[in-house]
Ligand binder design. Structure first.
Ligand SMILES: *Cc1c(COP(=O)(O)O)cnc(C)c1O
Length: 339
């Protein structure tokens, strides 16, 4: 058996999702003539109480467009050290928008209002202008942790007082709503834009929707997307998968969380586990007492695929391709691993 826990981007569309994609009505979306893309953008925006949505090829592009439309050159973006825009977007904020990142170090990748207040620069020619806050909800590299509604509201108050814009990297926003019990509307109420990945927990092959509060920004965002090479033609086939996922794949996320917890319990019972981060959503991070590359190889030899996160941490992710028998199989393999 192969149990592939490396990433929730490994989802393969189900037969039902493929059927809905094949049946999509499409047109040229650069000409704004693809009815399925328009439907997805409108639906996602409305869900989050936002005025406009833009379908993008990737979460990275959606984040980069958001940074571009919310800043100008020499501005600074406040974010957690663990954030995707810092680690995994190939230096995009610097090259695409000519902005710097103010990195805040936290335990879990979750910023407090006070962290943000401390990170704001004085108005002084020596410093870049603090302009945008990016919150990653849930935070991947932190361990899948999420913001509380109370925490988000306090950050919103600060952002209003200090004239900062808030973008949420919501690659896994529905994992956050599932755990925290708040609604997409409540999230939309405390920020200016959100990028929502379809290709992770939602199980679609491609795509992210960027939603934003102010519809005046749609034209600018579209132009930036064009410059980034992200204007797509008959993208309705992909958008149809997103519409299918919004109907069918959100309620099941709690199963991913339950299975991730089970993985955590299995790991914590093993001799090789040195440190396990508390499991809250679909991500499990732990350190082993042997080198991570060695343990990853030992697991791989038995058909258990996992990812290294940096030198020390090992990551398991659950998603719609992971079923109870994969967890059972991992449990059997783990108990036989010799250090
Ligand atoms: C996956 C991910 C993204 C976007 O990734 P793409 O591969 O570009 O779609 C953005 N932010 C976070 C936190 C992610 O995990």
């Amino acid at each position: 058996m192969i149990a592939d826990f490396r990433s929730d981007t490994l989802t393969i569309p189900t037969r039902e999702m493929l059927n809905s994609m094949m049946a999509a009505r499409v047109g040229d979306d650069v000409w704004e003539e693809d009815p399925t893309v328009i439907e997805l953008e409108k639906k996602m925006a409305a869900m989050f109480g936002m005025e406009a949505g833009l379908f993008c090829p990737s979460g990275t592009m959606a984040n980069q467009i958001a940074i571009r439309i919310h800043t100008r050159q020499q501005d600074e973006v406040i974010c957690d050290y663990f954030s995707h825009i810092n680690h995994y977007e190939a230096g995009g904020p610097a090259s695409n928008s000519q902005v710097s990142l103010k990195l805040v170090k936290t335990e879990k990748g979750i910023l407090s209002a006070n962290d943000i207040v401390k990170a704001i620069n004085p108005v002084d020619v020596h410093f870049p202008r603090s302009r945008l806050v990016v919150l990653e909800n849930t935070c991947n590299k932190g361990g899948g942790y999420s913001y509380s509604l109370d925490g988000l509201r306090k950050i919103r108050e600060i952002s209003i007082q200090k004239d900062l814009t808030i973008h949420i990297d919501g690659a896994r926003i529905f994992n956050a709503t599932t755990l925290q019990g708040y609604s997409p509307l409540e999230i939309g109420g405390i920020c200016d834009s959100i990028s929502i990945c379809l290709s992770k927990g939602l199980g679609c092959p491609v795509g992210t929707v960027l939603v934003f509060k102010d519809k005046e920004q749609l034209f600018l965002a579209k132009r930036v997307r064009k410059a980034f090479g992200g204007g797509m033609r008959q993208a309705g086939y992909l958008a149809a998968a997103g519409l299918f996922a919004l109907e069918n794949n959100i309620a099941r996320l709690e199963k991913d969380h339950r299975r991730a917890k089970q993985i955590g319990e299995i790991i914590s019972g093993q001799g090789f586990c040195e440190e396990l981060k508390e499991v809250e959503t679909n991500i499990v991070l732990f350190k082993s007492d042997i080198s991570s590359s060695e343990l990853i190889q030992k697991l791989k030899d038995k058909g258990i695929l996992v990812a290294g996160m940096g030198d020390e941490w090992i990551r398991f992710v659950t998603y719609l391709g992971i079923e109870d028998d994969h967890i059972q199989y991992f449990s059997e393999v783990a108990s036989k691993i010799q250090n």
